[in-house]
Design a protein around this ligand. Structure first.
Ligand SMILES: [Zn+2]
Length: 67
């Protein structure tokens, strides 16, 4: 019983990872197709998603890199 549930979880995790990579691929493709553009709320390209994510994560208080 235990063995089957572990392999099931592994399969599920591999599946989820695959889905995530496919999502990232799709959003990178979208970004490449659209080119440079201002952030749009409905846009699922990698650039807009990252910008929205940054807005949702206020814990990055200081820019780590010096220019
Ligand atoms: Zn976008």
């Amino acid at each position: 019983m235990k063995k089957t549930s572990i392999s099931y979880n592994k399969k599920k995790m591999a599946n989820e990872r695959k889905l995530i990579f496919e999502m990232i691929d799709a959003s990178c493709e979208l970004a490449a197709r659209k080119g440079a553009h201002p952030m749009e709320n409905g846009c699922n390209c990698i650039a807009c998603v990252n910008k929205r994510k940054r807005l949702l994560e206020p814990h990055v208080k200081k820019w780590k890199f010096r220019l």
